[in-house]
Write a protein that binds this ligand. Structure first.
Ligand SMILES: NC(=O)c1ccc[n+]([C@@H]2O[C@H](COP(=O)([O-])OP(=O)(O)OC[C@H]3O[C@@H](n4cnc5c(N)ncnc54)[C@H](OP(=O)(O)O)[C@@H]3O)[C@@H](O)[C@H]2O)c1
Length: 249
C-alpha cells in the first residue's frame, strides 16, 4: 500500500527540480495519476519518459497565463474529473539588490510566485475534492532577510500568507492548505543562480546552516508526500521548513 493510492494529483512545474522529484515520489507512493506542467515541451517529454510514461500526463503551459491554466483544468476535468492533491510548485528565485530592482524584475517575480499561485488554486476549486490537500511551495526566504532577496522573499511571504488565509476560506470543504519552505536545494534553478555573481553569496549562506550542504530535491519531495497524505491529516495552515536548519537559528 502506498501513501497516495487512488489519488489524482497536479504538480505545476513538474518537469525539473523539486516538482520532478515530487512526481517521482508520488509514483513510488502509488498515485493513481499525476499531471505535471512546464513551458518547455521537450523537457516535459523527457520528464514523462523518466517517470515511466505510466499514470503521468504532461501538460505544456505557462502558469502565469490564465488561458493556459483554463486549458490545464479542462484537460484534467476531461481525463479524470477531479483532483485530490495540488502541489503549486512553479516559481522563480531571481535575485536583485534594492538599487538594481526594476519594474520588470518585480513583475516577473510576483506574476509567477504570487499571482499565478492564487489563480492556480482558485481555478482548481471546481474539480478539487472536499478533504483534499493543497501544498504551496514557498521558501525559507519568507521569514528571512538575505542579501538581494527582497522581492523574492516578499513574494514567498505572500505565499505563506495565502496558506494561512485559504485554510480558513476552504474550512467548510475540509481542504487542508499548507506551505512547504525549502532551503537551498540542488536544482537547475539554483545551479543557474550559483553560476553568476550570487554564487559566493549562496555558498556563504549555505555555510551558516546547521546542515551545511544543499538539500536534494528528493528531501523536499518526501516532505511534500507527508503533507499530501493522510499522515498529516491534523495539520493545516502551517509552513513546513525543509531547510537544513538555515532559517531556524
Ligand atoms: N531550489 C531552491 O533552492 C529553492 C529554495 C526555496 C524554494 N524553492 C522553490 O521551489 C520551486 C521550484 O524550484 P526549483 O528550484 O525546483 O526550480 P527549477 O529547477 O527551475 O524547476 C522549475 C520547474 O517549473 C517549471 N516552470 C518554470 N516557470 C514556469 C511557468 N511560468 N509555468 C509553468 N511551469 C514553469 C520549469 O519548467 P519550464 O522552465 O519548462 O517551464 C521546471 O519544470 C519554486 O517555487 C522555488 O521558488 C526553490
Amino acid at each position: 500500500m502506498g501513501k497516495l493510492d487512488g489519488k489524482i494529483a497536479l504538480i505545476t512545474g513538474g518537469s525539473e527540480g523539486i516538482g520532478f522529484s515530487t512526481a517521482q515520489r508520488f509514483v513510488i507512493e502509488g498515485i493513481e495519476h499525476v499531471f505535471i506542467t512546464g513551458r518547455r515541451q521537450q523537457t516535459l517529454d523527457e520528464a514523462i519518459k523518466k517517470l515511466g510514461n505510466k499514470n503521468i500526463t504532461g501538460v505544456q503551459g505557462d502558469v502565469t497565463k490564465m488561458t493556459d491554466l483554463d486549458k490545464l483544468y479542462d484537460i484534467i476535468k476531461k481525463e479524470k474529473g477531479r483532483l485530490d492533491i495540488l502541489f503549486v510548485n512553479a516559481g522563480i528565485g531571481d535575485l536583485a539588490f534594492l538599487q538594481d530592482v526594476t519594474e520588470e524584475h518585480f513583475d516577473r517575480s510576483f506574476n509567477i510566485n504570487v499571482k499565478a499561485v492564487l489563480f492556480t488554486v482558485q481555478k482548481a476549486l471546481p474539480i478539487f475534492v472536499d478533504g483534499g490537500s493543497i501544498i504551496l511551495n514557498a521558501s525559507v526566504g519568507s521569514i528571512k532577510g538575505y542579501p538581494g532577496e527582497s522581492v523574492y522573499s516578499a513574494s514567498k511571504a505572500a505565499v505563506r500568507s495565502f496558506a494561512r488565509c485559504w485554510t480558513v476560506d476552504l474550512k467548510d470543504r475540509h481542504i487542508r492548505v499548507n506551505a512547504i519552505s525549502p532551503g537551498l536545494t540542488d536544482t537547475p534553478a539554483l545551479g543557474a543562480i550559483a553560476q553568476g555573481e550570487a554564487g559566493e553569496l549562496l555558498a556563504n549562506l549555505m555555510a551558516t546552516a546547521p546542515i551545511s550542504r544543499l538539500g536534494t530535491p528528493d528531501e523536499i519531495a518526501k516532505a511534500v508526500v507527508f503533507l499530501a497524505s493522510d499522515d498529516s491529516s491534523y495539520i493545516t495552515g502551517i509552513e513546513l521548513f525543509v531547510d537544513g536548519g538555515l532559517g531556524q537559528i
